[in-house]
Design a protein around this ligand. Structure first.
Ligand code: NAP
Length: 389
């Protein structure tokens, strides 16, 4: 029988945090202390509950094992008194740090407090009262420099000497990972899970509304226009990421290592065009230049600044034409030796983001009225249709 432990989780009101919380509740018997900020007068537990319901993850049995802890990552000791912080450090057995201000527009200085100082406070908690492991969700972009020079990226690669990220967010994640490396060298058991494009739930088709890649797909469907472009994406469904992360975190012999929780294959943009077409959405192929102009005008008219980073993913037409686009051979090989080893006895595999998976995401959006049903659409294939709760 598993010993009842206490784990500390940040980010439970966010996307990945909701799934990690769910997996902690399902895969362990632990009690989960969740760091939450009050938002619009809504307190911790109702926020966590609402968020889990949004992703069809809530079960009323969970309530007794979730303990909201009021606090803010950007404040020293999360805004707690020394006594409260000390008590927390003494109660907790392990830490899952999924909280961060995910904003691809803000400069580094605006993100430093939650993402960098917040991670420093996590390290402080890890060494307060007794040493405890830290499990941290990072980005593959921390090793982006090596990506440009090396074809194979092993999990043991450490972040380069300087960040190559072109956003304050990427830079803040690089500094945070550097700090965790430093803590690891000084004896703190730190596991780092590097993620790329974490996508919706492959079982239910639920995609978070703010997902950028999904916003591009939705725009293509709504505007009936898709670019003829050669680009590659690494799309990893969140259910795999969270299941794998929690399972790996429970394999003590793997504590203190890095893991690439990514899809082992990159998907071509052309595959996504085919899925849209195959599903029955009428789309015409545009040149990249035409499509890019359409995308920019949509971003402008939407008034949503948060969409701005899409232009980092879809380069400007001049540079695209100059480079001739990406080829599959340009993509790095993302090695997963630790991940495979830690998961060898588990039945946890990254789902393929193929036509069946994409159909599930489309069906979810149709059910919710986000996308219109294509007129030639007959019925949702049984393999695709699942209840979204
Ligand atoms: N999504 C991806 O594709 C992806 C890819 C690579 C890595 N990651 C990493 O995975 C983690 C989770 O990402 P996500 O997509 O789930 O982000 P998200 O949906 O934006 O969630 C962020 C979470 O962090 C919390 N948070 C932000 N600032 C805070 C503060 N000052 N104090 C306390 N909590 C704070 C948020 O709380 P509020 O609800 O109160 O704002 C929310 O719970 C992040 O570390 C991110 O860098 C994500």
């Amino acid at each position: 029988m598993q010993e009842k432990k206490i784990v500390f989780l940040t980010g439970s009101t966010g996307f990945i945090g909701a799934y990690v919380l769910h997996e902690l509740l399902v895969q362990t018997e632990a009690c989960v202390f969740c760091l939450v900020r009050e938002h619009n007068n809504v307190k911790g537990l109702p926020r966590i509950k609402e968020n889990m319901k949004k992703y069809a993850l809530w079960d009323r049995e969970f309530e007794k094992r979730i303990v909201p802890v009021n606090g803010d990552l950007s404040k020293p000791m999360f805004g707690m008194s020394e006594t409260e912080f000390g008590r927390l450090g003494g109660s907790v057995d392990s830490i899952y740090h999924c909280g961060a201000h995910v904003n691809h527009v803000f400069p580094y200085l605006q993100l430093k407090a939650p993402n960098v100082s917040g991670t420093q406070e996590i390290i402080r908690l890890a060494v307060t009262s007794r040493l405890k492991p830290v499990h941290y969700t990072s980005i593959l972009g921390t090793i982006r420099g090596q990506w440009e020079s090396e074809r194979r990226l092993t999990e043991s690669i450490s972040p380069g000497k300087q960040p190559v990220a072109n956003t304050g967010y990427g830079q803040s994640k690089w500094v945070a990972e550097k700090l965790l490396y430093e803590a690891r060298e000084r004896g703190v058991p730190v596991s780092i899970y590097r993620l790329v494009e974490v996508f919706g739930d492959s079982r239910t088709g639920i995609v978070p509304d703010k997902d950028l890649f999904w916003w591009v797909i939705k725009t293509c469907v709504k505007e009936s226009a898709v670019p003829d472009v050669s680009l590659y994406f690494n799309i990893t469904p969140v259910d795999y990421v969270s299941k794998a992360l929690v399972y790996i975190s429970l394999q003590e012999q793997y504590t203190g290592k890095n893991f690439h929780l990514v899809n082992s294959t990159f998907s071509s943009w052309r595959d996504f065009y085919n899925y849209i077409d195959q599903f029955g959405f009428p789309v015409k192929l545009l040149t990249y230049r035409q499509w890019h102009a359409m995308l920019l005008s949509k971003i402008e008219t939407s008034g949503n600044d948060m969409l701005f980073p899409i232009i980092f993913r879809f380069p400007d037409p001049d540079s695209y034409e100059k480079s001739g686009g990406e080829s599959y051979e340009d993509m790095p090989v993302l090695e997963q030796e630790n991940t495979r080893g830690a998961l060898k006895d588990a039945r946890i595999q990254c789902p393929r983001v193929d036509f069946t998976a994409m159909s599930r995401y489309f069906s979810f959006c149709i059910e919710k009225g986000i996308l219109e049903k294509p007129s030639i659409f007959l019925s949702i294939p049984a393999a695709v249709k699942q209840t979204t709760g």
